[in-house]
Design a protein around this ligand. Structure first.
Ligand code: FAD
Length: 423
């Protein structure tokens, strides 16, 4: 047995936390976070629910069986309880006309969407969803989608605008937290894999006790958590890797895992690793806002029974997505209506707002995909003491699963295999 390494991890989003849990069982891990709380829960909102204090996840993060195998295995191994949740959706125009709506029938771990209103748009959307689910995986398997963006693919096959603009792009914009244009630029393969991996038929899950509980469990093997520590410089020499933040003297580690976003990581490693910084800068980002509020006016009356509601304005850059938290979080079931709205196209009344946060989300393009593949290949073939880890790095949409996969990759390279058969 080799002596434990002294490892620093910069960033405590899910990637840094997953790396902490994996590496911390064999090595000494120090985790740095620039926020006052672990990054995965840094924007959570405190709330009184029926006299009980709780913190609501901002953003609410859910996952699907079929696409999130490593995240779910990690949660099981770390003791994070999970529960199925209903993410059935409805779609309305800005004037409040609900043109497509489905509810979910949950049977034996499967979730079967049932369209509940068969007006003209709903028939077209359903027909085109079925065509996409049939055609896209076939084209993908035959290599006919390679090198195409989703926008190119949809245009090539002339999918109906009712499906593309009315349902597919709004749904994917919410999943990818980006504009319609951002979704169109995604590699077709990446979004076909997501959409056809059971995104419509597998159960949606959440961490039963929210992200605060998941964070505590993933931190269990962490030797030292240092919050309000904004790492400013990374220096690599023959002796190890030296980190400094604005508060103290530099600290030396055997290895450093940079689990910050690609744009933040690029700024940090410019001097010790210009090649990696060049690749990292090829990941584009889009910013947007999430608001937690009680203003029911943002959802038309006809859609208020849906757990998730999309307001789709063709003139806007992205849809507004409202999640009715009372449907999702059991502790809120009997409480006053509480919403989490991504991209508020209509402002909730100021006295109804409980919290708001701005996020930046990486996009995937054909160019960023090649750059990240090059970085991962170099990290595998010619490892150094400096490691990169994050949802943006692995193939697929940057989600909790790709962050878990990225942490697994780094841990394996540092001699710590996953305690499960990694997918
Ligand atoms: C609105 C929204 C909804 C989402 N919903 C879902 C969902 O339902 N399901 C899902 O799977 N995914 C969802 N995601 C995506 C998911 O949240 C991200 O994929 C995931 O958080 C990325 O994790 P990460 O650890 O790679 O990066 P981050 O969470 O961004 O963590 C990076 C951390 O590094 C810290 N940091 C950066 N620089 C420094 C520095 N110099 N020094 C110290 N600390 C530093 C940051 O403060 C941050 O805490 C959603 C994202 C958004 C924005």
């Amino acid at each position: 047995m080799t002596a434990p390494l002294n490892i620093a991890i910069v960033g405590s989003g899910i990637a840094g936390l997953a790396a902490t849990w994996l590496l911390g069982r064999s090595h000494k891990v120090t985790l740095f976070e620039r926020h006052a709380r672990p990054g995965m829960g840094a924007f959570n909102v405190a709330l009184d629910a029926g006299g009980k204090a709780m913190r609501i996840d901002v953003p609410l993060r859910v996952f699907k069986s079929g696409y999130y195998d490593n995240l779910m295995a990690l949660y099981r191994a770390a003791g994070v309880q999970m529960q199925p949740t209903d993410h059935a959706a409805s779609f309305s125009t800005p004037a409040g006309d609900t043109y497509f709506r489905y509810r979910n029938l949950v049977l034996a771990g499967r979730s079967i969407p049932l369209v509940t209103d068969w007006r003209r748009h709903a028939r077209t959307i359903t027909r085109e969803v079925l065509r996409f689910l049939r055609q896209a995986p076939r084209d993908r398997a035959a290599g006919r989608t390679q090198g195409l963006s989703l926008g190119d693919y949809l245009q090539r096959h002339r999918y109906d605008a009712a499906f593309v603009d009315g349902m597919l792009l709004p749904s994917l914009a919410a999943v990818c937290t980006c504009s319609y244009e951002g979704v169109r630029r995604y590699p077709a393969d990446t979004l076909i894999d997501f959409f056809t991996s059971g995104s419509l038929t597998q159960c949606t899950w959440r961490a039963r006790h929210g992200s605060e509980d998941a964070i505590a469990r993933l931190l269990a093997p962490c030797d030292e958590l240092v919050c309000e520590a904004h790492i400013k410089t990374v220096l690599v020499d023959g002796d190890g890797v030296h980190l400094t933040n604005e508060h103290g003297p530099s600290r030396r580690f055997d290895h450093v895992v940079i689990a910050a976003q690609a744009n933040q990581a690029a700024a940090l490693v410019e001097s010790p690793d210009a090649e990696a910084a060049d690749w990292l800068r090829q990941v584009p980002y889009e910013g947007s806002e999430v608001v937690v509020h009680r203003d029911a006016r943002l959802v038309p009356t006809s859609a208020r029974t849906s757990p998730v509601h999309f307001s789709v304005d063709p003139a806007a850059a992205a849809p507004m997505a409202n999640i009715r938290l009372n449907h999702i979080v059991p502790e809120l079931a009997d409480e006053a209506a509480l919403y989490q709205t991504w991209n508020p196209l209509t402002e909730p009344a100021a006295d109804q707002v409980l919290g708001r946060a701005r996020f930046e989300r990486p996009l995937v393009t054909l160019g960023s995909q090649s750059a990240m593949a090059a970085l991962v290949a170099r990290q595998t073939a010619s490892p150094t003491r400096l490691w990169f880890c994050g949802s943006y790095l692995m193939p697929g949409i940057p989600l909790l699963e790709s962050a878990a996969q990225s942490a697994l990759h780094v841990a394996k390279q540092l001699g710590v295999p996953a305690p499960w058969a990694a997918a």
